[in-house]
Design a binder for this molecule. Structure first.
Ligand code: NAD
Ligand code: WQD
Length: 348
C-alpha cells in the first residue's frame, strides 16, 4: 500500500450507513478509495445506503451484519484485502448508556484481523471537564471525571488502542476526537435522523423549525459564558468526513499512534445556534429557558492546530452552511434555502 495510487484500496467501514459513516463513505469514494460497508442497521436504514449510492453514482459493497459476529466478519476479511478499518460502529446515546452500560463497553471494543491500519471515532467527551480552553490533545483525560458510560467506553477504547500500539509497533492507529458534528450533505439526501425525540441540540432545534416539536428547551442560562447558555464547537459533518480521508493518508506514512481533535476551534452558544437556524429556515423558533441538564459543561471547544499541521486539514464550512444543509436534509423547501444561501453569497 505504499503506492500513491489509492484506487482500489479497500477501507472497511463498520457503521458505514450511520450519520457520520455515510458522509465518510461519500468522501472516500470521491478520492478513489473503495469502501466496504458493514452495518447491522440498529440505528440506520438501507434507505440511507441507497441515497449514498445515488450521490456517488454507483453500487457499494455492504454487509448487513453485526461487528460482534466474529465468524461473519472473518468472511469479509477472506473476501477482501482490507487496507484500513474506519471504525464508526457504536451506540451513541448518552442517556441509554446510563441505563444499559454493558452494551456500550461490549459494542465499542472491536477485535482486529491482521489489518494494521485502524481509525477510531472517539469524542471530546474523553477530556472531561476542561482545565483550560481551547482543548488541545495534551489536555489530560481523567477517566474518573467522565460522567456517563458512553464517554467512558471511548476512554477505555482509547486505552486499549494505546496498549495495542505498544504491543504491535507496526500498527498504525489514528484516534479522532470529534467535537459536535452537525449538518448534512449538500444534496439534502442524507443527514442525521434520530429515532424519537432528539437528545442533541441541532436536531432538536431543527424539529422545532419544521413544527414537529413546539419549542426548544434551553437547558441552562446561568453558565459562565457570554450569554449564559452552553457553548460548543459545532463541526459540519462533511468537514468531519474529509478529516477522515486526511487521516487515511497518515496510514501511508506508517504513522504509529496518533490522536487528533476534529473541531473548528470556534464555540457557539445555544442561543446563537437557535438564531442561526432561524436564519437558515426562515422561521421563528420558540424557546423556553430551563434548568441545566445534569452533567453538562459550560464551554467545550477544540484547539484544531495539530490536525491542521499533521493532517493538512481544517474545517472549512461555517455555521450558516451547517444550518442550511441541516434544513435541506429535513425537508425544507430547497428553493427557499437555496435562495437564502445565494443571498448570503456562499458558494454552493
Ligand atoms: P450512528 O448511530 O448514526 O452510526 C453508527 C452506525 O453503526 C449505525 O448505522 C448503526 O446501525 C451501526 N452499528 C452500531 N452497532 C453496530 C454493530 N454492533 N454492528 C454493526 N453496525 C453497528 O452514529 P454516528 O453519529 O454516525 O456516530 C459514528 C461514530 O462517531 C460512533 O462511534 C460515535 O460514538 C462517534 N461519535 C459521534 C458523535 C456525534 O455527535 N454524532 C460525536 C462523537 C463521536
Ligand atoms: C449542546 C448544548 C446543552 C439539547 C453530546 C454528547 C457527546 C457527543 C455529542 C456523541 C449543551 C444544550 C441541548 C436541548 C439544550 N456525542 N441543549 N437543549 O452535550 O455537547 O454532547 O453530543 O455521540 O458525547 O455528550 O451536545 O447537542 O446534546 O448539547 O439547551 O434540547 O445544547 O445543554 O449546552 P453535547 P448536545
Amino acid at each position: 500500500y505504499k503506492s500513491d495510487n489509492q484506487q482500489h484500496l479497500k477501507i472497511l467501514v463498520p457503521g458505514g450507513i450511520g450519520y457520520i459513516g455515510s458522509h465518510c463513505v461519500i468522501e472516500l469514494v470521491k478520492v478513489g478509495y473503495e469502501p466496504i460497508l458493514v452495518d447491522n442497521g440498529c440505528n440506520s436504514s438501507l434507505e440511507c445506503l441507497s441515497r449514498v449510492e445515488q450521490i456517488v453514482g454507483k453500487k457499494l459493497i455492504h454487509y448487513e451484519i453485526d461487528i460482534l459476529d466474529v465468524n461473519q466478519l472473518e468472511r469479509i476479511f477472506t473476501e477482501h484485502t482490507i487496507f484500513a478499518i474506519l471504525h464508526l460502529a457504536a451506540l451513541k446515546s448518552v442517556g441509554e448508556s446510563i441505563q444499559k452500560p454493558l452494551l456500550y463497553y461490549r459494542n465499542n471494543c472491536m477485535e482486529k484481523f491482521g489489518v494494521k491500519n485502524f481509525l477510531f471515532s472517539s469524542s471530546a467527551t474523553v477530556y472531561g471537564s476542561p482545565q483550560y480552553l481551547p482543548l488541545d490533545e495534551k489536555h489530560p483525560c481523567v477517566g474518573d471525571q467522565i460522567t456517563n458510560p458512553y464517554g467512558k467506553s471511548k476512554y477505555v477504547a482509547e486505552h486499549i488502542l494505546k496498549d495495542a500500539s505498544i504491543a504491535h509497533k507496526d500498527w498504525n492507529i489514528v484516534i479522532l476526537r470529534y467535537f459536535n458534528p452537525v449538518g448534512a450533505h449538500e444534496s439534502g439526501k442524507i443527514g442525521e435522523d434520530p429515532v424519537g425525540t432528539p437528545n442533541n441540540l441541532m436536531p432538536y432545534v431543527a424539529q422545532v423549525a419544521v413544527g414537529r416539536l413546539p419549542h426548544v428547551n434551553v437547558m441552562g442560562t446561568d453558565y459562565d459564558t457570554p450569554d449564559g447558555t452552553g457553548v460548543r464547537d459545532y463541526i459540519h459533518v462533511v468537514d468531519l468526513a474529509i478529516g477522515h480521508v486526511a487521516a487515511m493518508n497518515k496510514f501511508k506514512e506508517n504513522c504509529g499512534l496518533k490522536i487528533y481533535n476534529l473541531g473548528t476551534g470556534h464555540g457557539y452558544s445555544v442561543l446563537e445556534m437557535i438564531k442561526a437556524l432561524e436564519k437558515a429556515s426562515g422561521r421563528n423558533i420558540a424557546f423556553k429557558n430551563c434548568p441545566r441538564r445534569p452533567g453538562d459543561l459550560a464551554s467545550v471547544y477544540a484547539d484544531p492546530q495539530l490536525a491542521a499541521k499533521e493532517l493538512n486539514w481544517t474545517a472549512k464550512r461555517g455555521l450558516d452552511e451547517m444550518c442550511m444543509y441541516k434544513c435541506l436534509s429535513i425537508g425544507f423547501d430547497e428553493f427557499h434555502t437555496r435562495l437564502w444561501y445565494n443571498h448570503c453569497g456562499l458558494v454552493g
